[in-house]
Design a binder for this molecule. Structure first.
Ligand code: CMP
Length: 139
């Protein structure tokens, strides 16, 4: 099915990359509330993107279709032209628009060339739904 093909990992992640992504998801205040099994499945469905310095990863006010984890590089978070802070490797972001169907709350921009792992909204939803279905079948 389309859903199961989307759940197949695009590449085999190294153990250290998986660990970095999983820890980033578990350290995020919002994502840490999800089931550990859901988070593990998400790690396997992420794929890598490289952003050049100055490139925008997220633009404030736009709809959002990806959840991200910074693996290497440096990002800055900007809201209403004001610098809110910086993000270092091992940080998950872009979770708010994915979890709450809201517009992007801030702009995220690459300061240096950055390696970022991304998970698309459909795959996120497939993982959450598939696990729920599997649980319902148990009872
Ligand atoms: P989202 O709103 O989807 O897209 C922008 C992301 O920036 C947001 O999810 C958070 O992950 C992150 N973000 C928003 N506000 C802050 C903040 N004050 N400090 C750090 N990160 C933030």
């Amino acid at each position: 099915t389309a859903a199961s093909s989307r759940l197949k990992p695009r590449v085999t992640l190294s153990r250290s990359t998986k660990k970095l992504i999983n820890e980033a998801l578990m350290n995020n205040d919002f994502l840490k509330r999800l089931e550990a099994q859901h988070l593990r499945e998400m790690v396997d469905c992420m794929y890598e993107r490289v952003y050049a310095a100055e490139q925008l990863v997220i633009q404030e006010g736009e709809p959002g279709n990806f959840l991200y984890v910074l693996a290497d590089g440096l990002l800055e978070v900007i809201q209403n032209a004001k610098l809110l802070g910086q993000m270092r490797p091992g940080t998950a972001f872009g979770e708010l628009a994915i979890l709450y169907n809201c517009r992007r709350t801030a702009t995220v921009k690459a300061v240096t060339q950055s390696v970022i792992w991304a998970l698309d909204r459909q795959t996120f939803q497939s993982i959450m739904m598939r696990s729920t279905q599997a649980r319902q079948e148990e009872y």
